[in-house]
Design a protein around this ligand. Structure first.
Ligand code: ADP
Ligand code: MG
Length: 231
């Protein structure tokens, strides 16, 4: 398969901590990943997986420590700059698809491109992505007319439309049956290999976690990184 993204992507987390009042959720978490890396985040419920994903996704500020994405500390940007930066650099897929019900599949995929004025080829790119996720015949359907797995595939296409450096997925297959979950996971890896982005997926599914190059296990605020090369 042809790689269509030659940019180098970099994510560096240094001594990251996050507290909510007295609750210490993350303590001194550090890691660094670059283009083409896949990471599964695992850990018990309440161990801070979503919190870590929100901080990497620049939706939430760390209490301490630093996030650096492609050499930029996003938290040094102004709010409007940060919103634009996030839209350009980060893709999100949640457990619930978060598609807008009143818009078609194609329109939903195009939503992240609306912030950028000059994207004449956005519609073509959206159509290509929907083709890649196997939904080329569903572009004018509304989300309610799709199955759960199909909705997640639309959410993946939407997350990739701006060619993000980092694709963050929070239990993307958590609401799907085992067979559909496996298909959606296959698709995530397939697109990851094409895009060469940094893929970070929170999952409870240990079989799925085993397919990632790296696994970050969170427990008691501490992250332990296991890499395939050190197995
Ligand atoms: P996980 O995704 O691993 O289940 P979370 O990151 O959602 O865990 O939450 C980690 C801990 O932080 C939990 O105890 C949760 O209640 C707490 N928490 C998460 N977000 C907030 C918040 N905005 N305010 C206060 N506590 C929070
Ligand atoms: Mg969570």
């Amino acid at each position: 398969m042809k790689e269509n993204n030659n940019k180098t992507h970099q994510l560096k987390i240094s001594n990251l901590s996050k507290d909510f009042g007295k609750l210490q959720v993350l303590r001194n978490v550090s890691f660094s990943f670059s283009s083409g890396t896949s990471v599964a985040i695992t850990g018990p419920s309440g161990s801070g997986k979503s919190t870590l994903l929100h901080i990497i996704g620049t939706l939430e500020k760390p209490s301490n420590g630093q996030v650096e994405i492609n050499g930029t500390d996003p938290f040094e940007l102004s709010e409007p700059e940060l919103a634009r930066y996030r839209n350009a650099v980060i893709g999100f897929v949640f457990q619930d698809h978060h598609l807008l019900p009143q818009y078609s599949v194609l329109e939903n995929v195009l939503i992240p491109t609306l912030a950028f004025k000059q994207q004449p080829d956005a519609t073509q790119l959206a159509q290509e992505l929907l083709n890649q996720v196997g939904l080329s015949d569903r572009m004018s359907h509304r989300p309610a007319e799709l199955s759960g797995g199909e909705r997640q595939r639309v959410a993946i296409a939407r997350a990739l439309i701006n060619k993000p450096s980092i694709l963050l997925c929070d239990e993307p297959t958590g609401n799907l049956d085992a067979t559909t979950a496996a298909t959606v996971a296959d698709l995530l890896f397939e697109l990851h290999h094409i895009e060469r982005n940094i893929l970070i997926v929170v999952t409870h599914n240990l079989e799925l976690a085993g397919r990632f190059e790296n696994r970050l296990k969170l427990a008691d605020g501490v992250g332990i990184l296991e890499s395939a090369s050190s197995d």
